[in-house]
Ligand binder design. Structure first.
Ligand code: GLN
Length: 400
């Protein structure tokens, strides 16, 4: 009998430039070297027991079959109320709010539903690493502009600014979508009302849609308010608002988020959503819906994280790192270019690898948020950690 040789089929990669995400890479390196993981953004403390009990109860009550494709009404209602009370815009319950399997799925689905091959999509780098692959999968053309890096008298990075001149140049009739993110991962910067006004004036006579990634919406500090796209009457009519319960309720592994958008956008969004995940797990939705009834659970978040931020910053001030401002998110960026160590000359990825393996603290290189890495000597730490974790990390960093 003749043996037919087995053939391994080959095919061109849809994402040839993509490897494993930097978050997974750094978490693996941290665990291999028993480093304190301040890289990937997730809390190292438990969520509220009451939230788990709500989910348990939902399971015991038999809430274990498919929910509605768009998400259960109780949860959509909670989201509707929250957005209305915080940002003043009332999304329609049945036609404008969809529950997603986390923010990332919401982003991919939004991009896939509106971007056709050849369409231009504007992103602002450093940009969260899922944006560009989402655009590539849709066949769109990512047009990246970079945040302007502001430097101090020692040539160290001190803050970032939205590059309005560049945005004005790249937004044109071919722009299908503009992706923004506030509070911003990784820099922590937040958009102001005047920024949204500027964006509104740039898109006024265009067909451009906006995707506003607001997964850190409840982490805005020092008494400032989060400038949601939902606060802006002009922009809200052309925007997908993406948010996530993972960040807000310390349950990043549950992967539940939502996308709110005008009915015409939501209609297209759901066409893709139903064949992408169809729906999101039922008991989690019931648990979250119940928990969302108490506004204090998200209203208390700025204070909660602001204390962690201040604690971490106070410790970092004793090191050679230069601290960048953190008006929002649970990320602290630092410039390492003047630390007392020859490693200050390393590029960001190598610096993070050294910090993880030799010092025992994992961080994320900001360069990973660019298509063509821009080296500014800045890395990102996550401070969503218990005080003793931050103390241990600070102890390891103190001689730098
Ligand atoms: N959003 C998280 C961060 O920026 C990571 C999420 C992920 O690992 N995909 O760290």
């Amino acid at each position: 009998m003749t043996q037919i040789p087995s053939v391994s089929p080959t095919f061109p990669s849809r994402l040839p430039k993509v490897g494993t995400t930097i978050f997974t890479v750094m978490s693996a390196l941290a665990s291999e070297h028993k480093a304190i993981n301040l890289g990937q953004g997730f809390p190292d403390f438990p969520c509220d027991r009451a939230l788990i009990e709500h989910v348990n109860q939902a399971m015991l009550n038999g809430r274990n079959q498919y929910p509605q494709m768009i998400g259960i009404p109780e949860l959509r209602h909670g989201i509707q109320e929250k957005i209305k009370s915080l940002y003043g815009h009332k999304y329609e319950l049945d036609s404008e709010i969809t529950i997603t399997a986390g923010g990332t799925q919401g982003i991919l689905t939004a991009v896939l539903c509106c971007v056709s091959p050849g369409d231009e999509v504007v992103i602002i780098e450093p940009a969260y690493d899922s944006y560009r692959p989402a655009i590539d999968l849709a066949g769109g053309k990512a047009i990246a502009v970079s945040l302007a890096t502001i430097r101090d008298e020692h040539n160290q990075v001190s803050s970032y600014e939205i590059p309005w001149d560049q945005l004005e140049k790249v937004i044109n009739p071919k722009t299908r979508l503009i992706m923004i993110n506030t509070p911003h991962n990784p820099t922590g910067m937040v958009w102001q009302r005047s920024d949204l006004d500027k964006l509104a004036s740039l898109v006024k006579n265009t067909n451009a849609l906006i995707l506003s990634d607001e997964v850190y919406e409840h982490m805005v500090y020092d008494g400032a308010q989060h400038e949601s796209i939902a606060r802006h009457p002009e922009l809200v009519n052309r925007s997908f608002l993406v948010s996530s319960f993972g960040k807000t309720y310390h349950v990043t592994g549950w992967k539940v988020g939502y996308v709110a958008a005008p009915a015409a956008l939501t209609r297209e969004f759901r066409k893709v959503h139903q064949f992408n995940v169809f729906t999101v797990n039922t008991p989690m939705q019931f648990g979250l819906a119940k928990y969302l009834e108490e506004a204090e659970h998200y209203l208390s978040l700025p204070q909660f994280y602001q204390s962690k931020r201040d604690f971490f910053r106070a410790g970092l001030k004793e090191t050679g790192f230069k601290l960048l401002p953190v008006p929002g998110t649970y990320f602290q960026c630092v410039d390492y270019s003047k630390i007392q160590s020859p490693q200050s000359k390393l590029n960001e990825a190598d610096f993070c690898a050294w910090l993880t393996t030799e010092i025992g603290v994992a961080a994320i290189p900001v360069s990973a948020f660019y298509e063509t890495p821009i080296e500014s000597g800045v890395v990102r730490f996550c401070f969503a950690k218990q005080e003793h974790t931050l103390t241990d990390a600070l102890h390891r960093l103190k001689n730098l």
